[in-house]
Design a protein around this ligand. Structure first.
Ligand SMILES: [Zn+2]
Length: 494
């Protein structure tokens, strides 16, 4: 075990670093490191005599957080930290926040799923911005790592409680922009979840269904009816959404406000514990799975749907996705919650990109052997690097031309977050079924209206997997259209 305390510094070359020294009492060795936020690089093994403490206040704050003792150093530096009780898997640091206040940042050098240190940093798609699932922009860069042992994707800098609170504030509105589409998706989830269970044969009878993160409760209402369960319980953290879910809850369905981890009912026979696109947001996926495991006995099942992390894709771009799961990494964490996967399968059609898992309790914990996820890390690196190059590539391709953006949904939000200049430069946005008249200060017009006017070039703000279909559709109407990804790969279809 080795511990280090890492302190961000500004302009190290000009003003010298904050100095901290951490002594690992167990091994009796000391480690030093500093992070230069001006150049985004780590400085380690610097000689203490070249550093000086320029803020004793920070050191005192650090000492109180880590319950460290401060002692005077014999020469060169004024303070050191000793006897720090730091978790072995984290280096700790202080980051100066935009507010000017100092907070705590955890750096995850080790995979939170399997504990491997073989992790690769992924490219940062934008230096100062990233996107939250509801389309809003946060002023923090997206810094992820990919484990080459189990394929798990995770934030290199852990999100603090405050970061999480900021994400899920009152304005968090996922699914509320297009409620009709959300209802359609719920119907499709209902159909595919039941299909998946039916394929497993005897797995379709449940007395009770519990859904963690039930949102509007639409899926829970459908499943309770269609699986002929006696009752359904939906648990939803947002008060506003929980109130709405209660108002449309079916006869046998009840809604509770709260987090999965707070759910206190005792396990009953034949329970299905369900969660759809929740676990990737959990700040502690193990605690979430343990909460799921508490709801079932040996007759129950846990059904989880989450983005399929086995292929690099847009789910990596969502800042509030704490985890990108592979089957392997989810199984590794599940084993620690005494759960074992019975089956898993990719979802299809409009739900492509998501994966469904079914777990049951297991008597003994089995260690998982992991594999080689180098190529997944390579794919993720390529994918995020492409995003970091889109703005420049599109700018070069269009050189001063007028253009519009086709699509006003999630992909448009992603372009707005990571390549804001593309949206800013557009004349308008085009959508088959405009939901609002304006988005990002641009008028949103219907495809019909667009085709009536002299068509200008369009940038496709559509998911890579739908690009070919959209391209062919507009080709028939002789509209020049490019997709940002193809521009970057210099393979743009004209
Ligand atoms: Zn791992």
């Amino acid at each position: 075990m080795s511990f280090s305390l890492i302190v961000p510094v500004r302009n190290v070359n000009r003003s010298a670093a904050y100095m901290l020294k951490v002594r690992n009492l167990t091994l009796g060795c000391a480690k030093m490191a500093a992070f230069d936020s001006s150049s985004d690089s780590w400085i380690s093994n610097s000689r203490p005599s070249t550093w000086s403490v320029i803020s004793t206040g920070i050191c005192l704050a650090a000492a109180s957080v880590f319950r460290c003792n401060l002692e005077r150093l014999p020469q060169g530096c004024r303070y050191s930290f000793t006897a720090c009780k730091l978790p072995a898997r984290y280096d700790m640091g202080f980051a100066q926040r935009r507010s000017g206040r100092f907070g705590l940042t955890k750096y995850n050098h080790i995979c939170p799923a399997c504990g491997s240190a073989d992790c690769r940093a992924l490219p940062v798609p934008h230096p100062t911005r990233s996107m939250i699932s509801d389309g809003s922009v946060t002023g923090k860069p997206l810094k992820r790592s990919s484990c080459t042992n189990c394929g798990h994707g995770f934030h290199f800098e852990s999100l603090s409680e405050r970061d999480v609170r900021e994400i899920y504030g009152d304005n968090y509105s996922i699914g509320l922009r297009d409620t009709a589409a959300e209802v359609e998706r719920s119907l499709e989830y209902d159909r595919q979840v039941r299909g998946f269970l039916a394929d497993l044969g005897s797995e379709t009878h449940f007395t009770k269904i519990i859904e963690f993160g039930c949102g509007s409760g639409t899926l829970l209402n459908h499943l309770t009816t269609n699986l002929e369960a006696e009752f359904g319980i939906g648990v939803e953290p947002s008060a506003k959404v929980a109130a709405y879910a209660s108002s449309i809850a079916g006869e046998r369905v009840s809604i509770q406000q709260g987090f999965a981890e707070q759910f206190a009912d005792t396990a009953q026979r034949d329970t299905l514990c369900l969660s759809v696109n929740v676990i990737e947001h959990a700040s502690n996926p193990l605690a979430f799975l343990q909460a799921c495991a508490r709801t079932i006995d040996e007759t129950g099942r846990i059904l989880i749907v989450c983005p399929d992390g086995e292929a690099a894709g847009s789910e990596l771009l969502f800042y509030d996705h704490i985890s990108s799961f592979t089957s392997r990494s989810l199984a590794t964490i599940a084993a620690r919650a005494r759960l074992t996967a019975i089956a898993d399968a990719p979802l299809i059609g409009v739900l492509k990109g998501f994966r469904i898992y079914l777990f049951r309790l297991m008597a003994t914990v089995v260690g998982s052997n992991c594999g080689d996820f180098q190529s997944l890390a390579d794919q993720r690196i390529d994918y995020l690097r492409t995003w970091s190059k889109i703005a420049g590539a599109v700018d070069q391709t269009l050189v001063g031309q007028k253009y519009g953006v086709f699509g006003a949904g999630e992909y448009c939000d992603l372009l707005h977050a990571y390549t804001p200049a593309i949206i800013e430069g557009a004349m308008f946005l085009v959508a088959d079924r405009p939901l609002e008249k304006q988005l990002y200060d641009k008028p949103v017009i219907s495809t019909e209206e667009f085709l009536k006017s002299a068509p200008i070039s369009l940038i496709a703000a559509v998911h890579e997997r739908n690009w070919r279909v959209i391209h062919d559709r507009f080709k028939l109407a002789s509209v020049p259209m490019i997709h940002p990804f193809e521009v970057v790969s210099q393979d743009a279809l004209r």
